[in-house]
Design a protein around this ligand. Structure first.
Ligand code: HEC
Length: 127
């Protein structure tokens, strides 16, 4: 009888407070973006537009100036060594390298819609 009562008490405590597999709520996974992307076709339209957008940087050029229709984008997966950067880079780091140097712009936020769109363009056009 006592054991049953104890069990009921424990069950009630777990039900009220919940049991998280994360020790600290700060460790719980967060969404990448508050407004997650859902539509791949819409993302590719954004990608095509951004690729030709000279306002991404201040050098007066776009990604398309040097990579028209994806010129020089290679399908070999990242991370890999990039001669121009003298470094081993992920795709996002490579995009931000070109954003910063040839484009003379600001690096894109890692979780921005723009970064995802440009990465999708690279994936779609790399040969
Ligand atoms: C002024 C010319 C220029 C502009 C503008 C430019 N790039 Fe590049 N990009 C290069 C050069 C040169 C390389 C080759 C680097 C190397 O392999 O050493 C390169 C390499 C890359 C690569 C790696 C290609 C591969 O597969 O090896 C990616 C991805 C890339 N650029 C993305 C972009 C994006 C995105 C933009 C626009 C935000 C952009 N680039 C704008 C010149 C440019």
């Amino acid at each position: 009888m006592r054991q049953t009562l104890l069990l009921c008490l424990l069950l009630a405590i777990f039900t009220v407070f919940g049991v998280s597999k994360y020790a600290d709520s700060a460790d719980e996974p967060k969404l990448i973006r508050e407004d997650p992307l859902q539509d791949m076709d819409a993302l590719m339209k954004t990608a095509d537009r951004l690729w030709k957008d000279t306002s991404l940087g201040t050098a007066g050029v776009s990604c398309s100036t040097c990579h028209p229709d994806g010129k020089d984008l290679r399908a070999e997966p990242f991370p890999r060594r990039i001669e121009m950067a003298n470094d081993i880079l992920t795709l996002d780091q490579m995009i931000n390298f070109c954003m910063t140097f040839p484009m003379k712009g600001k690096p894109l936020q890692w979780n921005s819609r723009e970064m995802t769109a440009l990465a999708a363009y690279v994936k779609a056009h790399a040969k």
